[in-house]
Design a protein around this ligand. Sequence first.
Ligand SMILES: [Zn+2]
Length: 427
Amino acid sequence: MTAGEELYKLVAELYPICRSITGDGLRRTLEVIDREIGGLEVSEVPTGTQVLDWTVPREWNVRDAWVADAAGRRVIDFQVSNLHLVSYSTPVRARLSLAELKEHLFTLPDQPDWVPYRTSYYAERWGFCASRRLVDSLPDGDYEVCVDSTLADGHLTYGERLVEGQTSEEVLVSCHVCHPSLANDNLSGIAVASRLARLLAEGRPRYSYRFLFIPGTIGSITWLARNEDHLGRVRHGLVLSGVGDPGGFTYKRSRRGDAEIDRAVTHVLARSGRPHRVVDFSPYGYDERQYCSPGFDLPVGRLSRTEFATYPEYHTSADNLDLVGPAQLQESLELGREVVQVLEGNRRYLNLRPKGEPQLGKRGLYGQIGGRSDAEERQMAMLWVLNQSDGEHTLLDVAERSGLPFALLAEVAATLEEAGLLAEATS
Ligand SMILES: [Zn+2]
């Protein structure tokens, strides 16, 4: 099985679970993630806890929900798809006329066969989602409605996995885990982030990597509130979401706009040959909104494929297992790994023979590359690294200025270091 196929399998396993911003579906999802990567630390924050300007809400759980016609036949059924129930619906048991029922029904007029995804976290009500075609076909008459849910004091749950590196400086990778049966918006990010965590944990990276699996908005706000004293260690961050659809990549810059993560992802995308867009920060989107709020202003960007809300399947039943695919997931994982490689390898060096060009030939650095098809590019890479290594410029600076791939520059820097021509700048 390819890595992409394994990621897809994980998406498919998580797909049926009814997740929300709190509740047992979220806990079950974290259990699966822990099985995948190990060492997941789960936090339970009680209802009513003040977190920044917000309050942790009551916990929502649902056993069953349905709308039945006069004959007792379930015409809308939560058991068929959890999208049929508006998330955070309050419990209800009632008999209603069709007109009364329709006040609680949500459809997509433009997509008559799709079921919308709707939530009502902070306004107490109940509702059902269904296809326009189904709602239009309902005959007049009485309908029985049941939402067997609980909305009660409990906890908000989130998970984090710290992969310890050689330093306590951190790279934050965050994805939301609060959407029910939606594959791209939610599960693709979870799958790619989980695998990235597992791969990093196989070695001992330079940075420590903190992976957050949190409910959107309230989860990142809660995490920020509880970790405010430690945010100084966050050097780079990435929100991963919507990375399984077939579209090109979208990178949204951090609020700072020129953070190292912004430059690293931009460089990797530009060199990748893959279709992509780099867009400026805006105060809307996923949890980058919270990380990049002015009181924190963390260097956190967002990596997606097609930008959220711009594809028709977004927040509908069509964001399903057909929208995401193994090849796309694998490509997103590879891109994430390339970004990690840049962050890990981005150092400043000192040319130890800075007066004139050092003679590469007598050190075997000229001859040894003869015959290699990339010889000329390697040669250029060495000259660039030597020339720019004045202790001021990072390898990413060199990559941007020279147009050469970062990986090649890092490789020749290691060769030059071995040959005694280069040393890492320590201050
Ligand atoms: Zn969403």
